[in-house]
Design a protein around this ligand. Structure first.
Ligand code: RB5
Length: 156
């Protein structure tokens, strides 16, 4: 499987461990940086990974200290459904119910063992469709409404 991955400085060393493990399992990894533990801004990495995810229709993995900033940034990009996960059950449901295309993790929150388990669960789980399809379509239409500058709901 082809997978895009990126982290900020806080997630750099965890990213390298994830890459080694996924490559050993035969996956093709697109490393969108960062490439050292020097400080960088997580929105730049979220953008780079999101671009590859959308261009190639593949899964993405994002890592920052908490997973929060990088998932918030990624979710600003239309077509990205980034799920911040802390356990394998959430990682499975992120695919099965939410059709997430990106998993975000926090290197300062979950250890490498549980993180690898989450990522493997995520990439091997399938969207269930059915009632979940309608809900994901509603997420898409929220994006479209915002893009069209609709003020119908009074919320934005
Ligand atoms: C970097 O110190 C840290 O703020 C970042 O990795 C992330 O946790 C932000 O949400």
């Amino acid at each position: 499987m082809k997978i895009a991955i990126g982290s900020d400085h806080a997630g750099f060393s965890m990213k390298q461990e994830i890459i080694n493990e996924l490559k050993a399992e035969g996956h093709q990894i697109i490393d969108c940086g960062t490439h050292s533990s020097e400080s960088v801004d997580y929105p730049d990495i979220a953008e780079a990974v999101a671009k590859k995810v959308l261009e190639d229709n593949i899964f993405g993995v994002l890592i920052c200290g908490t997973g929060i900033g990088i998932s918030i940034a990624a979710n600003k990009i239309p077509g990205i459904r980034a799920a911040l996960c802390h356990d394998p059950y959430s990682a499975a449901l992120a695919r099965e119910h939410n059709d997430a295309n990106v998993i975000a993790v926090g290197s300062r929150i979950t250890g490498i063992g549980i993180t690898l388990e989450m990522i493997k669960t995520f990439i091997n789980s399938k969207f269930q469709g059915g009632r979940h399809q309608r809900r994901v379509e509603k997420i898409d239409s929220l994006e479209k409404k915002c893009h069209e500058g609709s003020r119908a709901s009074g919320l934005y």
